[in-house]
Design a protein around this ligand. Structure first.
Ligand code: PGA
Length: 251
């Protein structure tokens, strides 16, 4: 039985004072929940704050990106080892905003995935198609090649210590959620593709859905066979919403 994972992605939001209020409310909200893992991925400057707020709770924390390099003359970059220094468990790699706005292509995403794993972090690998790609009927081909870029490096086995997040680009921050059936179809495709390489890895792999998940739609999404939780953007900034999503993910 795969345990569900609810991961918040704060994106470039937050502030020291408001984070205290949000984290305290989330801690109180998820206390006592069973059978669901939760984590928040926060901007780099707030990792120290997240670490200190969350270290004695069941909530893990992580970052939203990581450098593909280990150290050296890479101005402005943050290495996986630095994230570990702040107790991170997870790091998001290949988010569509990184791909679209910061030119991160599949090769870079694969490098970041490897760098995160080499340091002992669990990468949350984001894949997903644009609306034009969906309309062109190439959703599976797009998702497949995004997965292949990573699997080509480390084999399907590298997904044994990773999480995949299917995030249709057209559903991110738009209020348009994939229907549970649309999401399930792609999740099943992803799991089937991995299963053809390594059935045990596929069976254990947590595949999250992301894209306008909120308390009101979490239950029906999470009831689908291959949806193992969510990657939550906007709703992770609202403690009541985020908590309600975690409640919906309880087994
Ligand atoms: P959203 O973002 O929940 O605001 O759509 C999801 C994400 O980008 O991870």
């Amino acid at each position: 039985m795969r345990e569900k994972l609810v991961a918040g992605n704060w994106k470039m939001n937050g502030g020291l004072a408001e984070n205290v209020v949000l984290l305290d409310a989330v801690i109180a909200g998820v206390a006592g929940l069973r059978g669901v893992q939760s984590t928040v991925c926060v901007p780099f400057p707030y990792l120290y704050q997240a670490q200190h707020a969350l270290r004695n709770t069941s909530i893990a924390w992580g970052a939203e990106s990581v450098s593909q390099y280990t150290h050296g003359a890479y101005t402005g970059e943050v290495s996986a080892a630095m994230l570990l220094d702040f107790g991170c468990r997870y790091v998001i790699v290949g988010h569509s905003e990184r791909r679209a706005l910061f030119g991160e292509e599949d090769g870079v995403v694969a490098d970041k995935f490897s760098a995160a794993q080499a340091a002992g972090l669990i990468p949350i690998l984001c894949v997903g198609e644009t609306l034009a790609e969906r309309d062109a009927g190439i959703t599976e081909a797009v998702v497949s090649s995004q997965l292949d870029a990573v699997v080509a490096r480390g084999g399907a086995e590298c997904l044994a210590t990773a999480v995949v997040a299917y995030e249709p680009v057209w559903a991110i921050g738009t209020g348009k959620t994939a229907t549970p059936a649309q999401a399930q179809a792609v999740h099943a495709f992803i799991r089937g593709k991995i299963a053809a390489m390594n059935a045990a890895v596929a069976n254990d792999l947590q595949i999250l859905y992301g894209g306008s998940v909120k308390a009101a739609n979490a239950n029906e999404l999470f009831s689908m066979a291959d949806i193992d939780g969510g990657l939550i953007g906007g709703a992770s900034l609202d403690a009541a919403e985020f908590t309600a999503i975690c409640v919906a993910a309880q087994s």
